[in-house]
Design a protein around this ligand. Structure first.
Ligand code: HEM
Length: 410
């Protein structure tokens, strides 16, 4: 068994989090990472093959907490967790039943209805951005847009948004981080409130339907009660609001950061919004927001001369796949004009392919289009170090400080 040859490989270290790509360039295609009991796969071809074979590589472990829950957190979560697996961590049979339902509810029509509200929200937030002082783009733009969009899509009432956002907190740390017992307890309390809210919300929606995704799911249950339980609808709502939130925040932040590091690309986008989709895809390839994802083997697998035993946890380095020189020419170059960036694996591949990919692309595209036009002279605030949440799978800066050139002169 190949162990990681780099003593310094530690996916929770600040060095790794600040630039995991430095490490990826030196990794073997497959190695066993003992500290987290994970087999790590980094080549594009292998990652893609794993994603396309859900029978050999099951997704049931993809939302398992990295660190086991403390006793106090477990008590706080009570009998509500784990929730019934519905999509991303469902086995093939459950997934086959539920994915088409979500596909129906998450229709292109539904995503299309979001375009106007996203545009007007982004325009409003952008017009409020200060021109004479530096500001944190995450707090002002890349966090609120996806939060608002997913809450609205699900039909949560606007007066609840602030409360819901406060419950979201750092819940991703709970699953993909190494939070302390105190932090776990705090997150568990919020998750329980959020979960109870989802259950109540579904019940209210049964009697007061709206034009939203939750209502669509309820309508499907009414038509065919055997297809979906009430608890599964609640789990879907709970998980969609998780999946559709920080992932897209990070995409927007990473895109703005990389474009500002490549000034000409930023200016080119401002002058020609047709370049926006290419810039979004290139960010997903070059600096994606879900850097790794997990699977578990259902039988022994031979790969690169090694045998991965049955029931082994696998870590797929989606971000490393995006920089694989065997797949992408000059992979270390951020280039919004390249024509091969679309074959990134940032949204996965196969049956679990991200259900929200078109929504994420729409949100990021609108923000980039409006921001590059409104702020052609935006720049990264010099001498600000970027900090990243300590997390195995999701990656984006906690804050992204930017300023206009006018702010420079004040
Ligand atoms: C940049 C933004 C996003 C990224 C990078 C991303 C990435 C991913 C990845 C890597 C997976 C797992 C694929 C697999 O296991 O094969 C996934 C699944 C999923 N994502 Fe996303 N996602 C993003 C945005 C969203 C949004 C906005 C939503 C919903 C509103 C969403 C909903 C889902 C769902 C429901 C699944 C599970 C699909 C299934 O198992 O059938 N995602 N996403």
């Amino acid at each position: 068994m190949t162990r990681c040859p780099m003593d310094s490989f530690d996916p929770f270290s600040p060095f790794y989090l600040s630039d995991p790509y430095l490490y990826y360039a030196q990794l073997p295609p497959l190695f066993y990472y003992e500290q987290l009991n994970l087999w790590v796969i980094s080549k594009h071809e292998d990652v893609e093959a794993v994603l396309k074979d859900p029978y050999t590589f099951s997704a049931v472990n993809s939302l398992d907490p990295i660190a086991s829950f403390s006793e106090a957190a477990r008590r706080e979560l009570g009998h509500h967790f784990p929730q019934p697996p519905t999509l991303v961590n469902a086995d093939v049979d459950v997934h086959r039943r539920i994915r088409p339902i979500v596909q129906r509810a998450f229709s292109p029509r539904r995503v299309k209805t979001m375009e106007r509200p996203i545009r007007s929200l982004a325009a409003e937030l952008i017009s409020d951005l200060p021109r004479t002082e530096p500001f944190d783009l995450v707090a002002r733009l890349s966090y609120p847009v996806p939060a608002y969009v997913i809450f609205k899509l699900l039909g949560f009432p606007p007066q609840d948004f602030t409360m819901l956002k406060s419950w979201c907190g750092n819940r991703l740390d709970f699953l993909f981080g190494l939070s302390s017992d105190m932090q776990q307890l705090d997150i568990a309390k919020r998750m329980r409130l959020y979960w109870n809210y989802c259950i109540d919300f579904i019940r209210r929606k049964f009697s007061a339907p709206g034009d939203d995704l939750t209502t669509d799911l309820i309508a499907i249950r009414r038509e065919e009660p055997d297809l979906l339980t009430e608890l599964e609808i609640a789990a879907l709502i709970f998980n969609l609001s998780l999946a559709g939130h920080e992932t897209t925040t990070n995409l927007i932040s990473n895109a703005v950061r990389r474009l500002l590091e490549h000034r000409q690309a930023w200016e080119a986008l401002g002058a020609d919004s047709d370049l926006v989709p290419g810039a979004v895809e290139e960010t997903l390839r070059y600096d994606t927001s879900v850097i790794s994802w997990r699977r578990v083997t259902t039988k022994p697998v031979s790969l690169h001369g090694q045998v991965i035993p049955v029931n082994s946890n696998i870590l797929l380095l989606l971000a490393a796949a995006g920089r694989d020189p065997d797949k992408f020419r000059t992979p270390e170059r951020f280039d919004i004009y390249r024509n091969d960036s679309g074959s990134h694996l940032a949204f996965g591949k196969g049956i679990h392919y991200c259900a929200g990919a078109s929504l994420a692309r729409l949100e990021a595209g609108i923000v980039l289009e409006l921001l590059t036009k409104a702020f052609p002279d935006l720049q990264l605030e010099p001498d600000r170090r970027l900090d990243f949440i300590s997390n195995l799978s999701l990656r984006g800066p906690k804050e992204l400080w930017v300023r206009t050139s006018t702010a420079d002169r004040t």
